[in-house]
Design a protein around this ligand. Structure first.
Ligand code: FES
Ligand code: FES
Length: 159
């Protein structure tokens, strides 16, 4: 069955025709050409496809697109600010070595955003818990946790 799905994507209203068997990731990448969100395992195991739906992190590879009707979706592209300013999390990953090959990075950053939105001052264990659904083959996670912690510290300093 094919139907038109309407939702908000990175602050813009969108309408896409999709099939009932399609997952959100496929529609984001193949129909809407937002390829920042990665296809890793396709089975909800690696977190490379993480996006936010109504502020919560989800694995878009196993999220049926028909369920997205009327919801708010944020992808990694939606974090970039005016004049292509990187989001503080993106900057921190660059500055603190949280990126090596970069394949896990968009999903990792979206999970980190969901975490910091809920808990602006997480400790290292809470950060590890927050990104526990995201696998990284390169970094050993230390620099990733560091990258997220630096953003939390800066926000505390600005309060
Ligand atoms: S691609 Fe979705 S969890 Fe791996
Ligand atoms: S930086 Fe390569 S998988 Fe994480």
């Amino acid at each position: 069955m094919k139907k038109t799905i309407r939702f908000t994507l990175n602050g813009q209203a969108v309408a896409v025709k999709a099939e009932s068997h399609q997952m959100l990731l496929e529609v984001l990448r193949d129909t809407l050409h937002l390829t920042g969100t990665k296809y890793g395992c396709g089975e909800g195991e690696c977190g490379a496809c993480t996006v936010l739906v109504d502020g919560a992190s989800v694995d878009s590879c196993i999220y049926p697109v028909f369920e997205i009707e009327g919801r708010k979706v944020t992808t990694i592209e939606g974090l970039v600010g005016e004049r292509n300013q990187l989001h503080p999390l993106q900057k921190s990953f660059v500055e603190n070595g949280g990126i090596q090959c970069g394949f896990c990075t968009p999903g990792m950053i979206m999970s980190a955003k969901a975490l910091l939105d809920q808990n602006p001052h997480p400790g290292p264990e809470e950060i590890r818990q927050g990104i526990s659904g995201n696998l990284c083959r390169c970094t050993g996670y230390v620099q990733i946790v560091e990258s997220i912690a630096r953003v939390a510290e800066k926000e505390s300093a600005n309060e």
